[in-house]
Design a protein around this ligand. Structure first.
Ligand code: HEM
Length: 184
């Protein structure tokens, strides 16, 4: 079996507790137990939380524009309904921003800490990072659009928001395909 070597010479397939070291001088030393974060199991825990936080962030990226669809449909003589939807949208935006931080930080840990996708020959990782930049831009666009609803300056139709709502679907499909299929 071919060992996957990450940054710092950690053998992720070792699952356990011993460092595989390329340094011949150090190789003569008795293998020392590693802390959880330097093992395959540690990396899999980081990946688990990465996926969970990404999924939770996306729940917000899918749902917030649905609230915008409803806000765009609220009749001018229903201020109470408008306020209720605005409150929901504000809370959701705050929560999904909190979820995005660990989601991205854990991805950076997998990339820069464990060295997965690091270095030349990992075009999929660069493409995935481009998708991440677009996702952060989409998140910011949601915050700006919410401000427009708050200030009463939204001029876009509910149909426009329905199309806007499809953008994260496509970005998610592209990001997951890149990281799972790794086509280049
Ligand atoms: C700063 C942003 C991100 C970085 C640096 C990053 C990095 C990584 C890395 C290095 C892996 C491990 C890949 C492997 O084991 O082959 C991974 C796994 C994964 N990432 Fe990300 N990621 C980021 C954002 C995202 C986003 C936005 C999504 C979803 C749209 C996503 C979805 C996934 C999934 C589903 C996996 C598991 C793939 C598998 O194990 O087969 N990541 N990520």
């Amino acid at each position: 079996m071919v060992a996957r070597m990450g940054a710092a010479g950690v053998n992720f397939l070792n699952d356990g507790f011993e460092r595989v070291c390329a340094d011949p001088a150090a190789a003569s030393l008795r293998p020392r137990p590693l802390c959880l974060w330097h093992t395959l199991r540690g990396m899999l825990w980081v990946k688990t939380f990465h996926i969970v936080f990404i999924a939770s962030w996306f729940a917000g990226l899918f749902y917030l524009p649905r609230i915008f669809v409803n806000l765009a449909l609220v009749p001018a003589d229903s201020p109470a309904e408008r306020e209720r939807l605005l409150l929901m949208a504000r809370k959701l935006l705050r929560f999904m921003t909190l979820l995005a931080v660990p989601a991205l930080a854990l991805g950076l840990w997998l990339w820069l800490g464990y060295g997965i996708g690091l270095g030349p020959g990992h075009g999929w990782m660069h493409a995935k990072l481009a998708i991440v930049v677009l996702l952060i831009g989409y998140h910011h666009a949601c915050a700006r659009l919410l401000r427009r609803f708050e200030t009463g300056t939204n001029h876009r139709s509910h149909r426009w928001y329905r199309w806007f709502n499809e953008v994260p679907v496509l970005l998610m499909l592209a990001a997951v395909a890149l990281v799972v299929v790794k086509p280049f």
